[in-house]
Design a protein around this ligand. Structure first.
Ligand SMILES: *[C@@H]1O[C@H](CO)[C@@H](O)[C@H](O)[C@H]1NC(C)=O
Ligand SMILES: *[C@@H]1O[C@H](CO)[C@@H](O)[C@H](O)[C@H]1NC(C)=O
Ligand SMILES: *[C@@H]1O[C@H](CO)[C@@H](O)[C@H](O)[C@H]1NC(C)=O
Ligand SMILES: *[C@@H]1O[C@H](CO)[C@@H](O)[C@H](O)[C@H]1NC(C)=O
Ligand SMILES: *[C@@H]1O[C@H](CO)[C@@H](O)[C@H](O)[C@H]1NC(C)=O
Ligand SMILES: *[C@@H]1O[C@H](CO)[C@@H](O)[C@H](O)[C@H]1NC(C)=O
Length: 365
């Protein structure tokens, strides 16, 4: 019996690639300061390779610039691409045994439990680990929320749309007064937009989708694209394009953009972009420095000053979970049920066709 149990354990351990010390590494919280980790990281050969989810290279600039200023001796190679292609390449490198990504920071939240099951993630707890909301992090230290994003707020060009014409709810978007005015990301091309559209259609039915399509929206790829198009068309008097719900934020450099949150019980979508260090990293201290810095007071307080909900309890003081208009953990649950995701994706593809047009990354700088 003992022999069978031992054999079973060896087989299981072999298939999961776990060590004989157990299934979960019980790692302590790192008590080193950022400067101490920085000193250790300088002993490693760079650059640190980070796969960052997004749909415009410029979305990586804030982190790239802040890192270069704070840790000039550790070169950072942070590439922005759609999370769904980053994860695919990361898996391909794993299959072909040539892994080179040190850290992933992605929207594809189903990847993290999957990679953890395969024992491909490094267990690591940065100094602020116990202050990160339990609902968003892996308790063993395999992955962590870094920053919050959302889609579904009304972003509009106020010179083209009078304040009285701003929708009060998603139901309003089927009103003929929005004909030719909308620019929207295809929900079958981005799972976060899919989640938003699934929330709306679950409430209003497919009649809502039919009404929306009747208003002739301009359908695009990428979530940066709608506000980019609205900016391009701003000075075009012939263009009626004025409104989107599928961009995360209004461009900071254009004062004519305004943002309005839908009112409860309407729900927009939000999530915490999540990061992990790969166990295969050859630059463990550099990778740990990156995670520790992103979750430090230093970095998180700059996000706080932008008015965003924060993944750290002490800085956020409940905000992340207090909203009546968005449920931050809904998307994590949705993403982990790939059969459900696929059924909804095809519902939208049935009406809208496969995603066409230039890739988001080639369209928006
Ligand atoms: C740098 O690496 C060498 C060789 O691996 C090691 O002996 C030394 O302790 C390291 N220094 C730091 C600051 O980590
Ligand atoms: C950055 O990393 C990517 C992905 O590994 C690689 O294709 C690219 O060549 C690297 N760029 C530099 C400048 O090292
Ligand atoms: C907004 O409303 C004002 C006052 O009714 C009107 O003069 C103006 O033309 C409207 N602008 C647009 C873009 O519809
Ligand atoms: C202005 O908008 C109209 C209507 O959408 C479009 O046909 C035209 O190509 C646009 N002009 C420019 C310069 O983009
Ligand atoms: C804002 O930035 C975008 C993208 O860099 C650019 O195309 C646009 O002209 C800028 N607008 C203003 C008002 O500066
Ligand atoms: C959410 O709704 C409750 C009950 O109406 C209200 O007390 C609370 O202030 C609302 N929260 C926010 C963040 O608006």
């Amino acid at each position: 019996m003992a022999a069978i149990r031992r054999l079973l354990f060896i087989t299981l351990a072999g298939s999961l690639g776990v060590t004989s010390t157990g299934f979960r590494a019980n790692v302590p919280v790192d008590t080193r300061s950022l400067d101490e980790i920085y000193a250790a990281a300088q002993n490693e050969s760079g650059p640190l390779i980070v796969a960052s989810g997004g749909d415009a290279q410029s979305q990586g600039d804030t982190i790239r610039n802040a890192w270069a200023q704070r840790f000039p001796r550790i070169p950072l190679n942070l590439t922005v691409d759609l999370s769904k292609y980053h994860d695919s390449r990361i898996d391909r490198a794993f299959y072909e045994k040539n892994e080179n990504t040190d850290v992933a920071l992605l929207q594809t939240l189903h990847d993290f439990p999957y990679w953890k099951e395969q024992n491909r993630l490094m267990y690591y707890k940065p100094a602020t680990f116990n202050d990160i909301y339990n609902g968003e992090k892996d308790l063993d230290g395999a992955y962590y929320p870094i920053l919050t994003f959302n889609f579904g707020r009304f972003i509009y060009d106020s010179t083209k749309l009078n304040a009285s014409l701003i929708p009060k709810s998603y139901a309003d978007l089927t009103d003929p007064r929005y004909k030719d005015k909308l620019v929207l990301t295809l929900p079958n091309d981005d799972d976060a937009i899919l989640y938003l559209f699934h929330t709306i259609v679950s409430k209003y039915g497919f009649r809502w989708l039919d009404g929306l399509i009747a208003n002739n929206p301009m359908w695009v790829r990428g979530t940066g694209t709608p506000t980019f198009v609205l900016q391009q068309e701003h000075n075009n008097a012939t263009s009626k394009l004025a409104l989107t719900i599928t961009s995360a934020a209004a461009p900071a450099n254009a004062t004519y953009f305004h943002v309005k949150e839908p009112q409860a019980p309407e729900q927009y979508m939000s999530w915490t972009q999540t990061a992990a260090i790969f166990a295969s990293t050859k630059r463990p201290n550099s990778a740990q420095l990156f995670i520790s810095w992103l979750l430090s007071d230093e970095f998180q307080s700059t996000l706080q000053s932008q008015g965003r909900p924060i993944v750290r309890r002490s800085l956020d003081q409940g905000e992340l979970y207090l909203s009546n208009t968005t449920q931050v953990d809904g998307f994590r649950v949705f993403m982990n049920d790939r059969r459900f995701v696929e059924r909804w994706r095809l519902q939208f593809e049935t009406s809208l066709g496969t995603a066409q047009g230039p890739s988001a990354l080639t369209f928006v700088p």
